[in-house]
Design a protein around this ligand. Structure first.
Ligand code: IPM
Ligand code: MG
Length: 370
């Protein structure tokens, strides 16, 4: 049986609750001889700040570097609103992304048949939806320097964030986009704002050149990111893979999440470059939703985005596509049976807790595996 090293970073808010359901899944895999995972757990975000006055320690970073995959819950919450900017909970997540080199963030938005009515969009607009937002994750305005607030001395302050992209950063994310599209419906939509931003001009040019050079077989389309946002809520099924920068990707993936009915449904995989020597790549798997402090500790959180994120780990880090398919099928079947967490509740459905949803999915998996 394959043995893999996992680092579980549950974080804050509902993070620990949804991570408990991952542990339930891991126990199932171990008990059924599917795979044996070596599990380490550590602190990140506000939890790490409370213990160490920083959002992630060097020791935890070293564990993340050593792991085959990092499984991440969520960070942040009002409790840490006043901590220094450098040690705010989110800084832990950003350090992981940057130092592990996780430039490619794959955020699939899939509408499960049972949930077509949970979306705020009309059923016909979202039924059968299956698209991917591919977000650049280690560049752009999230990390660009300077990033400062200066006192101008005249009662005014000036805040600066810097949007910066180099050729190689655009090219490598575009390449992931073309490759993903090839294995799907063969269409890539690149979104930027070249009508306003220099980074958009370069982004458009690099994507265009790469397409001409290596991916002529993929249908490529360009959209200004604002128009893209509009199209995403007008008729999302026109898209297959959307590739975009860090900030636009952050926003567009929240929009895409709501197409599926709830932020609690969207998983994600953050991948680094493939090491030519070991053929391995660093990876982190995290739900798109945040820490949702308002419902934390109540057993109400939807564990599906977290479990589906682990499904992406099976697919992208452990070469266990069959197990990943089974997990997706178990989630779909559980929803089809009418079980819903509060965020996706509907007429006639049974509202269940985080633990009940997790247990039902693992139970379904047991049936599928048998
Ligand atoms: C996300 C989140 C993060 C981001 C926050 C928590 C820093 O919104 O993963 O989408 O902005 O990238
Ligand atoms: Mg976000």
């Amino acid at each position: 049986m394959a043995r893999y090293q996992l680092l579980l970073l549950a974080g804050d808010g509902i993070g620990p609750e949804v991570m408990t359901e991952v542990k339930r899944l891991l126990a199932f895999y171990a008990a059924n001889g599917v795979a044996d995972f070596d599990i380490e757990e550590d602190l990140v975000g506000g939890a790490a700040y409370d213990a160490h006055q920083m959002a992630i320690t060097d020791a935890t970073m070293a564990k993340a570097h050593a792991a085959d995959a990092v499984i991440f819950g969520a960070v942040g919450g009002p409790k840490w609103d006043k901590v220094p900017f450098e040690s705010r909970p989110e800084a832990g997540l950003l350090r992981l992304r940057k130092e592990l080199g996780l430039f490619a963030n794959i955020r699939p938005a899939i509408v499960y048949p049972a949930l077509a009515d949970a979306s705020s969009l009309k059923r016909e607009a979202v039924e059968g939806l299956d698209i991917v937002i591919l977000r650049e994750l280690t560049g752009g305005v999230y990390f660009g320097e300077p990033k400062t607030i200066t006192d101008l001395g005249n009662g005014q302050k000036r805040a600066v964030d810097t949007q910066v992209y180099d050729t190689y950063e655009i090219e490598r994310i575009a390449r992931v986009g073309f490759e993903l599209a090839r294995r799907r419906r063969n269409k890539l939509t690149s979104m930027e704002k070249r009508n306003v931003m220099k980074t958009g001009v370069l982004w458009h040019q690099i994507v265009e050149e790469l397409h001409k050079r290596e991916y002529k077989d993929v249908a490529l389309e360009h959209m200004l990111a604002d128009a893209g946002g509009m199209q995403l809520v007008r008729w999302p099924k026109q898209f297959d893979v959307i590739v975009t920068d860090n900030l636009f990707g952050d926003m567009l993936s929240d929009v895409a999440a709501m197409l599926t009915g709830s932020l609690g449904m969207l998983p994600s995989a953050s991948l680094g470059e493939i090491d030519p020597r070991t053929k391995r790549r660093k990876a982190m798997y995290e739900p798109v939703h945040g820490s949702a402090s308002d419902i934390a500790g109540k057993g109400m959180a939807n564990p599906i985005a977290m479990l589906a994120s682990f499904g992406m780990a099976l697919r992208y880090s452990f070469n266990m596509a069959k197990s990943a398919d089974q997990l997706d099928a178990a989630i779909a079947a559980t929803l089809a049976k009418g079980l819903r967490t509060a965020d996706i509740k509907s007429e006639g459905a049974k509202v269940v807790s985080t633990a009940e949803m997790g247990a039902a999915i693992v139970g379904q998996l047991q049936q599928l595996a048998a």
